[in-house]
Design a protein around this ligand. Structure first.
Ligand code: UT7
Length: 339
């Protein structure tokens, strides 16, 4: 679906009924980076908003992170069988086979439709759109959607511009069929791409990422704002209806710009980039899990999600925050200290 001409919807909706996140235990602070790169804590904080990131060692794979986040998401009040697993990642553990079937098997979901989806940092929103389509087509009654990335493995270890930006993590949600009127309902997903700009972010292999930072910054700000407007309009929301803006955590200056463009005050903007950096496809579900855990997100909140990434790709959607049982709310400790 392009961001233009989003088709209307009936009464049904994909409804969020499970949520989880997992981060590696190892914290790398800006001070740690200054020991090996020509940079400063002040530069990184002021240009990106990042103070620290979580980094996976070689013994913690994308598959492991995905399983940990998904295990928590599956403890939610899912009332129908999970018949599909969509795993958004730019950093699968290998070229072939895909990571999703192995994740499904470790979760006891052998037999489920399971595949990886690569759409850069927009991957989670592409995966939500795909999951909603699978539910609409009656291919699956419930879908496990995971965003998992080890983006810290991509930059050239000596590149002071990109190394500070990226971190590792995973987040997951479960969607099942419900109605558009109920809490947890996902709105239309506005997604798009522009492959003519593919060279702006490219990583032919781990350790060789190149990013035209300033140019990407401009595209990210414009595309995230436009996609967010389109998704809100498709859902019938005015921007003043939005209780929480959940932007992909690429750079605090980008997300601040997007919020200003949309006229959404800082008090309604969710952020966690200071603690985790840019975690790619994991960025949005980790942000949602942490915000739900610490009370920044409460049931009934109207949430506007927007993202941008390599491809170039972009996307946005709306979500009315669900009533997740207290036993299911991820605690700050379980999100931040998971190993
Ligand atoms: O999630 C997918 C999409 N990704 C994004 O949205 C990322 C978008 N881009 C960005 O977030 C920013 O462009 C970066 C954080 C990557 C870079 O920030 P910037 O403000 O665009 O910096 P720049 O690359 O234009 O560099 C400005 C200056 C340069 O020095 P000169 O040439 O002006 O003397 C760089 O060499 O800052 C210098 N510089 C640094 N200085 C100290 C670059 N990195 C560093 C550093 N420490 N870590």
């Amino acid at each position: 679906m392009s961001t233009q001409g989003i088709p209307g919807r009936g009464e049904w909706a994909a409804v969020l009924c499970g949520l989880g996140a997992a981060l590696p235990a190892t914290v790398v602070s800006n001070a740690d980076l200054t020991a090996r790169l020509d940079t400063t804590d002040e530069w990184i904080r002021s240009r990106t908003g990042i103070a620290q990131r979580r980094i996976a060692g070689t013994d913690l794979t994308t598959e492991d992170l995905a399983v940990r986040a998904a295990t928590k998401a599956l403890t939610g009040p899912v009332s129908v069988p999970v018949q599909a697993v969509v795993l958004a990642t730019t950093t699968p553990d290998r070229c072939c086979p895909a990571t999703a079937p192995a994740v499904a098997a470790r979760l006891g979901l052998t037999g489920a439709l399971a595949f990886d989806l690569a759409a850069g940092c927009t991957g989670f929103l592409y995966a939500l759109a795909t999951a909603a389509g699978l539910i609409a087509a009656s291919t699956a009654e419930a879908v496990l959607v995971i965003g998992a990335d080890r983006l810290a493995a991509l930059p050239d270890p000596g590149d002071r511009t990109t190394v500070p930006v990226f971190g590792d993590g995973a987040g997951a949600v479960v969607l099942q069929r419900g109605t558009a009127a109920e809490r947890g309902a996902l709105g239309p997903v506005a997604v798009g791409s522009d492959g003519t700009q593919a060279d702006l972010i490219r990583a032919p292999r781990p350790g060789a990422l190149r990013m035209e930072g300033a140019e990407v910054f401009r595209h990210a700000a414009d595309r995230m704002s436009a996609a967010a407007r389109n998704a809100a309009a498709a859902a019938g929301w005015a921007l003043s209806d939005v209780d929480r803006l959940a932007p992909h955590q690429a750079n605090a200056r980008i997300t601040g710009f997007v919020a200003r463009q949309l006229g959404i005050p800082d008090s309604r903007q969710l952020h966690n980039i200071e603690h985790v950096g840019n975690t790619g496809a994991a960025s949005l579900p980790v942000l949602l899990a942490q915000a739900a855990a610490d009370g920044r997100l409460t049931p009934g909140h109207r949430v506007l999600l927007t993202a941008f990434g390599a491809g170039l790709t972009w996307g946005a959607t709306t979500l009315t925050w669900p009533d997740l049982p207290p036993s299911h709310q991820p605690t700050e400790g379980s999100v931040a200290d998971d190993r």
